[in-house]
Design a binder for this molecule. Structure first.
Ligand code: FES
Length: 154
């Protein structure tokens, strides 16, 4: 996977042993996950042991070692969201997308995750899609909301 963006990212940090996290963030942003080959290339170009790169890649929740969907849906299942119907929201999303929590749709459009309180309890139940927070959600709003993201050009 010696693609141009990969080379560009790693050249930016070549030989900088303190830049492992920054390099992984850039790779994650470019590919939406951390391809195995890129982890090896990161170790080589930054001149650090592969184990150090793997430790960082597996420690931080922001990184994924599996291919991710174009959009990440985080469903809050904290207490406030749970008592205000979070479970129903989650079940509807699973049905609409045909995917389990932790999974990615076949068309690679959406990944579905469960998270704990995201600090917006007053507008529970809440989901976050990418950087957008959607509160006071009702199940029947979900299909249109999903369509909006699916149709959106990146
Ligand atoms: S419990 Fe969902 S935002 Fe706090």
């Amino acid at each position: 996977m010696e693609s141009e963006p990969a080379v560009e990212i790693l050249e930016r940090y070549a030989g900088d042993q303190s830049a492992v996290i920054r390099a992984l963030q850039d790779i994650q942003e470019q590919y939406n996950y951390l391809p195995k080959e890129m982890l090896e290339m990161t170790a080589q170009r930054l001149d650090v042991p592969l184990t150090q790169v793997l430790r960082a890649a597996t420690f931080y929740k922001q990184f994924s070692l599996e291919p991710r969907g174009k959009h990440c849906i985080n469903v809050c299942m904290g207490t406030a969201c749970h008592v205000r119907g979070g479970q129903l929201i989650l079940e509807r999303l699973q049905r609409e997308l045909d995917v389990e929590p932790g999974g990615t749709t076949k068309d690679m459009q959406f990944s579905l995750e469960i998270v704990r309180c995201i600090g917006c309890c007053s507008i529970a139940p809440v989901i976050r899609i990418d950087d957008d927070t959607h509160g006071r959600l009702r199940q029947n709003r979900l299909p249109r909301l999903l369509r909006r993201y699916a149709e959106e050009e990146r």
